[in-house]
Design a protein around this ligand. Sequence first.
Ligand SMILES: [Zn+2]
Length: 441
Amino acid sequence: MTTTRIIGAFARYALAHILFGKPVSPFPGHSLARIGLLSIGLLSFAMPLMAAAATDDEKQFAYGVVERNATAMAKIGDSLYYFAELGMQEFESTKLMKEVLEAGGFTVELGAAGMPTNLWAHWGSGRPAIAIVTEIDALPEGSQTPMELARKPLVAGAPGHMEGHNTHGGLAAAAAFAVKETMTRYSIPGSVILSLGPAEEQLISRPYIVRAGYFKNVDAIIYLHIGDQSATGYGLANYASISANFAFHGKTAHGAVDPWDAKDALDAVELMDAGAAYLRQQLHPTYRMHRVITNGGVQPNVIPDLAEAWWWVRDANMPDAKETFEKLVNVGKGAALMTGTSVDYHIVAAGWPQLGMKAIAEAIQGNIDKVGMPRWSEEEQRFARELQKSAGRPEVGLKTAVTPLGGRPQSYASNDNGDVSWSVPAGLLAFPSIVPGIAHP
Ligand SMILES: [Zn+2]
């Protein structure tokens, strides 16, 4: 019952319109003005209260806390956008989040489970302990000027928030704060946790956080992610993924003088590629397999004695992904045999599909239906249609209706949060801040 009441606050995220907050100037550092703005918002929640129908009153109270912090939420989103830090390097981003959460009364641990940018924030005591779980890392070479339709990096070659993880921090912090304030006001027992795991884009941190025991005393999690719709779901929500680096070791020689003395490691990478291409016909129709060559040698007359490829194998469930990965390993061994090289591989990361629990999904859906979609302005709709046109997508604008339960199919993307959801009952919440057709949810 308490779980359901706490979840009530989360669906309100949708009203933040984070991506459409007015563009602001890049912040050169941690300005006190920025932190101050949030603090004022956090401290000014005093609101006349009306007795009666408990649950609805609690929700209205929580909505009020979120509304009063809407500007601060958008500012955090903008700040994270400009920090644009890659996974495991979210130093400025987590520093800001730590300050914000401490200002809101949370106890914050940075460096949990041995990862310097892993943030674990806690408020309250005892059960139920509900954790909001999300991430704030950027992607390589994604730098982009806000509100520009054409590709225009802020800093050429720099990382950027192509996917929208910059929106996660403000939403999660405001939601956690709203729940905390509501629990305080209405004497609801329990704990609120906010977990910002590093390097979601590389699917790395969550298995370590689970293994370190952080979720042992957590009763349920709510995982949030930006999307183009307001939706939840249960069962398998996305794909399993295995990420691995294959390194081929050969023997170098001059490409013209004595190439017969060489064992070309790049040849092995190419043959592994060809072998994997033949393998594709014998895989489950649900599989995904993709790669980049991260080391292909230095220059043509130096036959490479080291070449590397980074592979990702995915499938609708982990056993099938493992089966495909084992076949890929054999292809790599075959390529090494053909070229006289040797191969070793190491798993970079792996994650199970997210598993959503039906009871939590039903509770979240009830609140999604209650809150509804944001009331997009005509300006926002026009911007969305222009963006869709510039990308050659159908000019359908922004979604105006919530997604019914069961209306969101299993996604082909992956998230290391899946490992948490197999350890703790999990609810999933996508909030609408992406223009449909532009980016993957
Ligand atoms: Zn993501």
